[in-house]
Design a protein around this ligand. Structure first.
Ligand code: SME
Length: 166
């Protein structure tokens, strides 16, 4: 990814956050934009945190790519669970050498998971898989973190759009 492409996509994400009239529309717009414009992003989706009894679970939201068996992920499982519980972006250059990885597609080689924060609390995450090894460099990380930021700031601006537990 070139810096120019990153800058264009960051501008497009900012435009989406202004034009979207619901969090669901914004999530669908972000997923469609990144999946369509960055050919190496083969699976793009959001997982949102929900309560399951007294435990948190990541529930699959809008996504583009092949369907995944992982529709509900406990925080103790997967790279998704690790990113939510450590509250940090995780980049995995080779998913097959990471024992945390929960396979979605046999083609996937690398992955990035970026937490979405609302007032400093993790409410979900953006997950992107690539069929190419080490697909997520510094520009990709900046782009994906901006996409997560845009959604978190939307929830902060529109409290009524937040899931009940936030
Ligand atoms: N790979 C993720 C699970 C989600 S699917 O890839 C869409 C993980 O290890 O948490």
């Amino acid at each position: 990814m070139t810096t120019a492409q990153t800058t264009d996509l960051i501008f497009a994400l900012d435009s989406l956050s202004i034009s979207s009239n619901s969090a669901d529309a914004l999530m669908k717009g972000i997923v469609a934009l990144l999946h369509e414009k960055v050919t190496r992003y083969n699976w793009v989706g959001f997982y949102m945190m929900e309560k399951d009894g007294d435990r948190d679970v990541l529930v699959l939201g809008p996504f583009k790519g092949t369907s995944t068996p992982h529709t509900r992920i406990p925080l103790s499982h997967g790279i998704c669970g690790a990113a939510a519980s450590t509250e940090k972006t995780i980049v995995v250059d080779d998913v097959n050498s990471d024992p945390r990885y929960l396979a979605c597609s046999l083609e996937t080689k690398s992955e990035i998971v970026v937490p979405v924060f609302v007032h400093g609390k993790v409410v979900g995450e953006l997950d992107i898989d690539s069929d190419f090894r080490a697909a997520f460099g510094p520009d990709d990380r900046a782009l994906c973190e901006h996409a997560a930021l845009v959604l978190g700031q939307f929830f902060e601006r529109h409290p009524y759009a937040r899931p009940a537990h936030i």
